[in-house]
Design a protein around this ligand. Structure first.
Ligand SMILES: NC(=O)N[C@@H](CC(=O)O)C(=O)O
Ligand SMILES: [Zn+2]
Ligand SMILES: [Zn+2]
Length: 347
């Protein structure tokens, strides 16, 4: 029997970019539609790198949703730099920060202030382990000679294995995984190692970005890989393993900054996040696994209670807008102009 309605424990998004200033008036209400909580990525310019900055950013996010029918709870993250001290970690914890993010310097959008050598942040990692903060990783090396399609695998071999070995008690999340290598590593690692998976890496592979013309709105980091990797991610997400959970990595850039000779990395999916995941899980014949992935595994890993209420999706095809407002500019959403199958029933 094919389902036409699906009720889930309210989901959370464990990886989103809300940006700042005017963009918040669009990115925050999109998340507040039905997500319970969201892990807010700190890669602003300048980055959110201490507890005071995280608190101020949280207030701007709350202000952007004061007129929404319901609110999403922002969970704040600080950006690790070569200068992050153990004291910064303790102050961040006291300010309510729940996690710290590693951006290898130069790896992705707004990572210039990121970490240049993993060993420089060992004192901060020790403090995070003591304070019970989660460690979130953008897992790619940046060496010029390493092929962009191999950068995640090389990061696992060179850095993540070492970190998992040196910090067996530190809960760490390899963010937005894109390869079979990552799915296998996480599945085989200790219980302290988990991963988020985006909807776009479940729905697409690099052919979707490159065959028949180059499609900049599919360009994100880590870059879409070949279809065997897409297949491995689908298997991991639908496997019933508690180590994999929802993180959209919704990362809006204005149309001008995407459709240009050197376009930014990032795809905007927050406008239809759970709807896109439902499409991916349905295509895999695994809609019954969506609730665990979207609503159970994340809070369990973060040591938080699961949401107690529900949302309902119904199968009712609808056409995605060709563009959406983003602050005083516009963003081309992933799947612009296409038909999606699922809609969230307004509650
Ligand atoms: N995923 C992306 O391609 N871009 C993200 C940064 C990130 O998550 O790496 C962004 O902030 O635009
Ligand atoms: Zn990233
Ligand atoms: Zn991201």
């Amino acid at each position: 029997m094919t389902s036409t309605e699906l009720t889930l424990t309210r989901p959370d998004d464990w990886h989103v970019h809300l940006r700042d200033e005017q963009a918040l008036t669009h990115t925050v209400p999109a998340m507040a539609r039905y997500f319970g909580r969201t892990i807010v990525m700190p890669n602003l310019v300048p980055p959110v790198s201490n507890g005071a900055q995280a608190s101020a950013y949280r207030e701007r996010i709350m202000a952007a949703q004061q007129d929404c029918p319901r609110q999403v709870e922002p969970l704040m993250v600080i950006y690790l730099t070569d200068n992050t001290t153990a004291e910064d970690i303790r102050q961040a914890k006291a300010a309510g920060v729940v996690a710290c993010k590693l951006y290898p310097a130069g790896a992705t959008t707004n990572s210039d202030s990121g970490v240049t050598d993993i060993n420089t942040i060992y004192p901060a990692l020790e403090a995070m382990q003591q304070e019970g903060l989660r460690f979130l990783l953008h897992g790619e090396v940046t060496d010029h000679e390493i092929d962009i399609f191999d950068r995640e695998k090389v990061f696992i071999d060179r850095t993540l294995r070492q970190l998992a070995n040196d910090f067996p008690e530190l809960p760490m999340v390899l963010e937005h995984i894109t390869t079979k290598d990552a799915a296998d590593f996480v599945a085989g690692a200790g219980q302290n190692v988990a991963a988020t998976i985006t909807a776009h890496h479940l729905l697409y592979n690099r052919n979707d970005m490159l065959v028949g013309g180059i499609r900049p709105h599919y360009y994100c980091l880590p870059i879409l890989k070949r279809n065997i990797h897409q297949q491995a991610l689908i298997e991991a997400a639908t496997s019933g393993s508690s180590k994999f959970f929802l993180g959209t990595d919704s990362a809006p850039h204005t149309q001008d900054n995407k459709e240009t000779s050197c376009g930014c990395a990032g795809s905007y999916t927050a406008y239809a996040a759970i709807e896109l995941y439902a499409q991916a899980f349905e295509q895999a014949g695994a809609l019954d696994k969506l609730e665990q992935f979207a609503s159970h595994n994340g809070p369990d890993f973060y040591g938080m209670a699961r949401n107690t209420d529900t949302i309902t999706l119904k199968k009712s095809p609808w056409k995605v807008a060709d563009s959406l407002p983003l602050g005083d500019s516009q963003v081309i959403p992933l799947c612009a102009g296409e038909t999606l199958q699922w809609q969230v029933v307004p509650s």
